[in-house]
Each structure stands twice: as structure tokens, then as C-alpha cells.
Design a protein around this ligand. Structure first.
Ligand code: ZN
Length: 251
């Protein structure tokens, strides 16, 4: 019986490897996907490090040559960035790094305000682990300022605090919406943080918010958050309206 089973498995393997797949799975392939992932990851790194400005064209031919991959691989990777809200396809211009217009920045900030304020308001009812997440995120942000951090690390640690505030709502859906908002502002914020360079001031502003939460002074905490987010909105609006020298990811 054991021999028969082996034979059966062996036959199955033969069928799996020698017969071309048909139907909906015919295009599945692991190797090219992993290359696409690596290309997408490298592009994300570059964007989050603030190496390229919003609105910068992402040219397929130039990127393919620079990264040593096919143009179709670059096209797929760019498709991932578009799906993630990091790039936009613009008619007659191809793909370019996402650039939020002022109205979009205001809308994103308004939506963040609603969700994060709801989180702050629920501080007292939230579970200890959720409150600890806010404390830990602030500590990590503070610790980071003593290191040789990159703009991408700074923005990620900063957004972790706001993510933890949103999580206080204990609503998976609100957290998911907040997550998509953070993805939208992450690029703009990377540039703001890079330009601002006032890391200690940033830590202090969030520490003040946490200390009000620890005192259960939720009205004051909500006011502090509103003040903080309105400052972030102003900085982001300044960053996107500032005239910038034209850049391209690869020349
Ligand atoms: Zn903040």
C-alpha cells in the first residue's frame, strides 16, 4: 500500500509539473512576483525617505534601466504603489508620486481629527494594553530622537502614536479607515518632518497630550490633539504649496 501511495504522489507531482496550468491560475508565477515586490519595496523606501518629491514622474523605462528589471515588472510595481495611494496615474503623463492637493490634505486631516478625537475620548474605557500601546509608541518616538534616524523611521514612529490613539476607539473599521488616511499623509508628512527637523518639539507635543490623558483630563487632551493636528495640517499645506525644484527619480 505504501508503495502504491508513493506512486500516486509521484504521479500527481508529474501531473503538477508537466501539465501547463489552464484557466484562472494560468498566469500565476512566483519568481516575477517576488521581483515586483522587491521593486515596489525599493520605491516605497525611496518615497518614505523623502528622496523624491510629490509629483515626481515615475518613468517606467528609466526605472527599469536603473533597477535592472523589465519594464513590465516596473509597471506592476507601480500598480502596487497606485493601489496603496502612494502614486497616481495621470492622463498623458504616466505615473507620478502622489501629490495631495490642499483640499485633500484638509479632508484627510478632518477625518483624522474625528477618529483620533474619538480615541482620546475613550481613554478611560480603553483596555490597559491599548493605553500601553500609546505610552510605548511615545517612548519609541522619544528614543528614536537619540539615534541616527532616517526620515522614514521618524514618520513611521510618529504615525505609530496616532495609530495607537485611533486604536483606543476599539473599532476595527475606524482603525482601518485611519490606516488608509495615514498611508495618504505619509508621503506629505515625510517631507514635513524632513523640512521641520524639530524632533524634540514633536516629542514634547505628544508627551503633553499623553500627560493630559494620564490625568483623565479628556477635554484638555481633545483640545491638545485638535491643536496638534491643526498644526500638522498647516505644515502639510505649506509643504505641498512650497515651490520645489523639479526632480525625477531616475534621470
Ligand atoms: Zn503627531
Amino acid at each position: 500500500m505504501a508503495g502504491a501511495k508513493c506512486k500516486e504522489l509521484s504521479d500527481n507531482q508529474t501531473v503538477m509539473t508537466d501539465t501547463p496550468l489552464a484557466g484562472p491560475f494560468a498566469t500565476l508565477s512566483l519568481e516575477p512576483l517576488s521581483t515586483v515586490d522587491r521593486v515596489a519595496e525599493e520605491l516605497r523606501r525611496s518615497l518614505f525617505e523623502g528622496e523624491v518629491d510629490p509629483g515626481t514622474p515615475l518613468r517606467e523605462v528609466a526605472l527599469a534601466a536603473a533597477l535592472g528589471v523589465s519594464r513590465s515588472t516596473v509597471r506592476e510595481a507601480l500598480g502596487m504603489l497606485v493601489a496603496e495611494g502612494l502614486a497616481d496615474r495621470v492622463a498623458n503623463k504616466g505615473t507620478q508620486v502622489r501629490r495631495l492637493d490642499p483640499e485633500q490634505v484638509r479632508d484627510v486631516c478632518q477625518a483624522r481629527m474625528v477618529i483620533e478625537t474619538a480615541g482620546v475620548r475613550r481613554w478611560n474605557e480603553a483596555d490597559d494594553p491599548l493605553r500601553d500601546d500609546v505610552r510605548r509608541a511615545l517612548q519609541a518616538f522619544s528614543d528614536l530622537t537619540d539615534t541616527d534616524y532616517t526620515p522614514a523611521e521618524f514618520t513611521a514612529a510618529h504615525l505609530d502614536i496616532h495609530r495607537a490613539l485611533s486604536a483606543l476607539t476599539r473599532s476595527e473599521r475606524l482603525v482601518a479607515v485611519a490606516e488608509s488616511l495615514y498611508a495618504e499623509v505619509r508621503l506629505a508628512l515625510a517631507h514635513v518632518d524632513k523640512v521641520r527637523g524639530n524632533a524634540l518639539e514633536q516629542v514634547h507635543s505628544h508627551a503633553e497630550l499623553l500627560s493630559l490623558l494620564e490625568k483623565s483630563d479628556l477635554d484638555a487632551a481633545a483640545d491638545e490633539l485638535a491643536h496638534h493636528l491643526s498644526g500638522a495640517e498647516t505644515s502639510m499645506l505649506e509643504a505641498i504649496t512650497r515651490p520645489e525644484p523639479p526632480t525625477t527619480l531616475t534621470r
